[in-house]
Design a protein around this ligand. Sequence first.
Ligand code: NAP
Length: 286
Amino acid sequence: MSAQIIDGKAIAARVRADVAQDVAAFAQEFDGDVPGLATILAGDDPASAVYVANKQKACKEVGMQTFHFPLAPSASREEVVEVIARLNLRADVSGILCQLPVPEHLDGVELTGLIDAAKDVDGLTAVSAGLLALGREGLRPCTPSGCMHLLAQAAVRLEGAEAVVVGRSNLFGKPMAQLLLNASATVTICHSRTRDLDAVCRRADVLIAAVGRAQMIKDDWVKPGATVIDVGTNRTQDGLVGDVDFEAVKEVAAAITPVPGGVGPMTIAFLLRNTLKAARMQRGAI
Ligand code: NAP
């Protein structure tokens, strides 16, 4: 039997509609104030400019404010540091996002780390990562949070489940594994040096692929009845494809996300959620 297709586009649309309602309630509660997202874009990478524009548009659609700080490709470290320091102090800025990658002469990890953890809507600072590791309240990275929401919406039981995450990046794999662990799954993290990767994947009740290799995960790597979340986005001659061989794997799995239309739409939806959450935390309302 073919798997249930987890419709990330529809689920993300519901998250965005909920955030829009919550922003309206926030404005009522706080004398017309609304959450605000500040974006910093250093450099002239066209793809980054599109990502930032999409994030701002999504914020406006749910009634949030946006503030944009474009910096020249030659912007010095000191200039970026100064912008972040100012934004950390502004009461109308609930969340700060420094679009990565930054130009080569800058250190994206260092700059992101200067964002006040209370405004770290990407959830990528050392403080946010530490809070996640400790299981304390904080802002979580958007794409892993989106995957957890997809699993919840698909009614996947995580407690005691074998979860395998393929990929160990700071952006996705590590926080994903941590969220699954906090949900009491038994978690294995795989990477480029993992031996017998196919056998490890076959153990998974929940298999999450974030590698960046088109259709690497084959149907005989997947346990019948598993849930498969495909985070990969690979541009090929046939268009955008995931890390999972979708057509074959959907005949084995119980539930699976497509690419596009699975995990992708969740990232911006959770950026909006994080911005609202940050605004509420800053007002002591969480
Ligand atoms: P990344 O930083 O390049 O990490 C890739 C990971 O895959 C690394 O841990 C690497 O292992 C591992 N890997 C590479 N080749 C492998 C192999 N043959 N077998 C097993 N593991 C292997 O990438 P990322 O930022 O985590 O992103 C991964 C994918 O997810 C990309 O396609 C990206 O576009 C996509 N993504 C999508 C979204 C979204 O939809 N919103 C968000 C984030 C990421 P090592 O650590 O050993 O090198």
